[in-house]
Design a protein around this ligand. Structure first.
Ligand SMILES: [Zn+2]
Ligand SMILES: [Zn+2]
Length: 735
């Protein structure tokens, strides 16, 4: 008893003679009019005025609706008005759907020819009164207007209203009108007989499954969207007037009126035996078969091995635009027919839109050719950029420029791998015996990745232990991000690790060891290869091709990375103390390098540097541990580190947490000339900022210019302001 026949309003194309789905309706802005028509009260005590863009449909009105918020709601509720041009009286009703601010606040209700009105009619038990036929012509119920097409009927109705003095006023009005995307003709909402599925008993257990956490949505906000739709679910219209689809298995006998529902095509009427039977012309909504997907593809209703093994499955990945069409219905169908949920996790991706936020579509011609993009930037670059730049559940505004992030990253990875593989010392790791000094975790990881422990003699250093520790920290972050479906964070984690920690810092840290040769060089090569290989494991889901290629170069002849089972990291790789000390060293080196850059001090010129650490912070000991590295990498000839050290006169300064760095510039740069240069630059920035400020203050500009141009100007303003403030601070320091 779940399926029944009933009346329903559909999008109808009179030209093509078919119902079409909402997705096939194309809305276009059109100039039209809003006509105001008076409906007099039957008792002669005045009138209400309704505004409409479709006066010809008034012949099918069954009520006048007003908002319950309307000032006259109490007074007018239930009163009867005379429907002009007819002999019918219709009631005034109250309905939430009426916008009290729109037009006069009164809405004519035409359930047969307007989707909103159809809903209002259902809520108030008002039957549709059909005046336009499926051929787009006024029918016999339109009285004097019968036989006219819609636009002639509109003119005739307006003429008659005018004559009777019931047309109150006419306004210009621009609004969106639905057209059939295939033939371009306007859509007529049309009430017809359709097949429905009762949803209440199907929805209840599907609501519980999500409420009880058996099925989990990511991002979480989709849970509420799902629940609010399911809790307000309406019966599902499952019939379609299309050529293609599963034909509805109902047969009719015109002779005796019998209706038969059968799995096999019947040969004759079960009631009178007549052979003159005909099958229903309609087909089932495509989702009425798709909702069976999770189990019908496994051989259901047979109890197959596939069904036992793969149902329910773990994760459904899909777009939020089909959460009702498909996701909710799969949950209902699976529980109804198999007694099981179909999947335990639903991951909703964002949707890729164009850079103006429009959905990509054939008619807009705004969808780029994926193959072209892959040809230009590479498949990995494309995939990685999309993943890194898509915040969970939010749409991505696509611009081909964004793919450059991935392309640059792929180049960086390739160059780093070539560099690591060019270290001859790495070859020895697969050969002879010798002295082995390296933490167990690093040789253990080497064995996990390459299948056997490293051989030959080698000795690792602090930098190798540091990069191993960073790898462990990043892998933990990466796994957590993947586990919570934060693919953007996972991509950013591998990006930050590989680009900055591995390439920018580690490869520089390890240069002295490599230059020195011998066991230390082999130790550095061991760490570099091990971390590179582990990075490829991490990178594989987001950049499958380049990671596979580098993997094959790292261990020629090994099976594919795609099939590699990574057992996880060995214990003891994290060293938080080492991480903190090296990170402090990196910050100090970066700060001194920034000062060099601000004053155009060539790298060859050695600097004197004073670091003032906070009393009791213990930072001077941390700095002491990497003193020679700091001096070497920042080009420092003379380094003083002391709690409460004084700032030398004429110093540039930089502040870090609980310490200050001073670089005396006397004798290094021409202080007078530098001060002048900064003053000039500050003045230039001030003038430029004032110009932008004026432009941004001009309403004509901000209103007319494209949003991205305005945003870019704002950004430029912010950047220049920041730079100006920074230069002013430097100038102050120099004073
Ligand atoms: Zn059409
Ligand atoms: Zn019959």
């Amino acid at each position: 008893g779940l399926i029944y026949r009933g009346r329903y309003i559909v999008n109808w194309c009179p030209r093509c003679g078919t119902a079409i789905s909402d997705e096939e309706v194309e809305f276009r802005e059109e100039d039209s009019k809003l006509w105001y028509i008076a409906y007099p009260f039957i008792d002669g005590s005045g009138e209400v005025v309704v505004g409409t863009t479709r006066p010809e449909t008034m012949l099918g009105d069954v009520a006048v609706a007003m908002s319950p918020e309307h000032a006259r709601a109490k007074e007018l509720d239930g009163r009867m008005v005379r429907l002009p041009l007819t002999d019918r009286g219709i009631p005034v009703i109250l309905d939430e759907a009426v916008d009290p601010e729109f037009g006069t606040g009164f809405l004519k209700v035409t359930p047969a020819h307007d989707a909103t009105d159809f809903e209002i009619g259902l809520r108030h038990g008002l039957d549709p009164f059909i005046v336009i036929g499926s051929d787009g012509m006024m029918n016999e119920r339109a009285g004097a207007f019968a036989g006219m097409d819609i636009s002639s009927a509109r003119q005739a109705v307006l003429g008659e209203l005018e004559k009777q003095g019931l047309l109150r006023k006419t306004e210009d009005y621009r609004h969106a009108v639905g057209h059939h995307d295939r033939c371009g003709d306007p859509i007529e909402p049309y009430v017809s007989k359709q097949w429905f599925l009762r949803m209440d008993s199907l929805a209840a257990p599907a609501i519980d499954a999500v409420k009880d956490g058996e099925i989990v949505f990511s991002p979480e906000r989709w849970k509420n969207i799902y629940l609010s739709w399911m809790e307000g679910i309406r019966d599902w219209c499952i019939s379609r007037q299309l050529w293609w689809g599963h034909r509805i298995p109902v047969w009719y006998c015109d002779a005796c009126g019998t209706e038969m529902v059968a799995r096999e095509d019947p040969a004759e009427c079960a009631g009178c035996g007549s052979k003159e039977i005909r099958q229903d012309e309609d087909v089932l909504d495509t989702w009425f078969s798709s909702w069976l997907w999770t189990f019908s593809t496994m051989g259901w209703p047979e109890e197959t091995d596939e069904l036992r093994k793969f149902h329910p499955t773990d994760v459904l990945v899909t777009g939020g635009d089909i959460i009702f069409f498909w996701v909710a219905r799969m949950i209902m169908a699976s529980i109804e027919f198999t007694g099981e949920i179909p999947f335990s996790d639903v991951y909703i991706t964002g949707i890729v839109r164009d850079n103006q936020g429009r959905k990509m579509s054939k008619s807009l011609g705004n969808s780029p050719d994926m193959i072209d993009i892959i040809d230009r930037h590479g498949a990995d670059a494309f995939r990685f950029s999309l993943m890194m730049l898509s915040p969970p559940g939010q749409d991505l505004l696509f611009d081909e420029k964004k793919v450059e992030v991935g392309r640059h990253f792929a180049n960086k990875i390739w160059n780093a791998a070539r560099f690591v593989l060019s270290q001859e010392e790495g070859e020895g790791l697969f050969a002879e015996d010798g002295l082995r000094t390296a933490p167990d975790c690093l040789t253990g990881l080497f064995e996990i990745l390459f299948g056997s422990p490293p051989s030959g003699s080698f000795e690792t250093g602090w930098e190798d232990e540091w990069i191993a520790s960073r790898l462990a920290a990043r892998m933990e972050e990466y796994s957590a991000a993947i586990g919570s479906y934060r693919f953007d964070e996972a991509s950013r984690t591998i990006y930050e690790f590989f680009w900055h920690e591995f390439c920018d810092w580690y490869l520089e840290f390890s240069k002295p060891a490599l230059r020195g040769g011998g066991d230390r060089a082999r130790g550095a090569a061991l760490a570099a290869r091990t971390v590179l290989a582990a990075s490829m494991v991490m990178l594989h889901p987001v950049m499958p091709f380049i990671s596979e290629e580098i993997w094959s170069m790292l261990s020629p002849g090994a099976p594919l990375l795609a099939g590699f089972h990574f057992r996880g990291l060995p214990a003891g790789m994290r060293d938080a103390g080492l991480d903190a000390d090296v990170s402090l060293m990196m910050e100090i080196v970066t700060s001194v390098r920034n000062i060099r850059q601000s004053f155009n001090i060539p790298y060859q010129k050695e600097l004197s540097v004073v670091i003032n650490t906070e009393e009791g912070s213990g930072l001077s000991a941390s700095i002491g541990r990497f003193r020679s590295q700091i001096m070497g990498m920042a080009g420092i000839g003379d380094l003083v580190v002391a709690d409460g050290a004084e700032k030398p006169a004429g110093s540039a300064a930089a502040g870090l947490t609980r310490l200050e760095i001073y670089v005396p510039l006397g004798g290094v740069v021409d202080l007078g000339a530098e001060k002048e240069r900064f003053t000039r630059e500050i003045e230039k920035l001030r003038v430029e900022c004032a110009k932008i400020e004026q432009r941004l203050g001009d309403e004509k500009f901000t209103r007319r210019a494209p949003a991205d141009v305005v945003a870019r100007e704002r950004e430029r303003f912010g950047e220049m302001e920041d730079r100006r403030k920074r230069l002013e601070r430097i100038l102050e320091d120099l004073a």
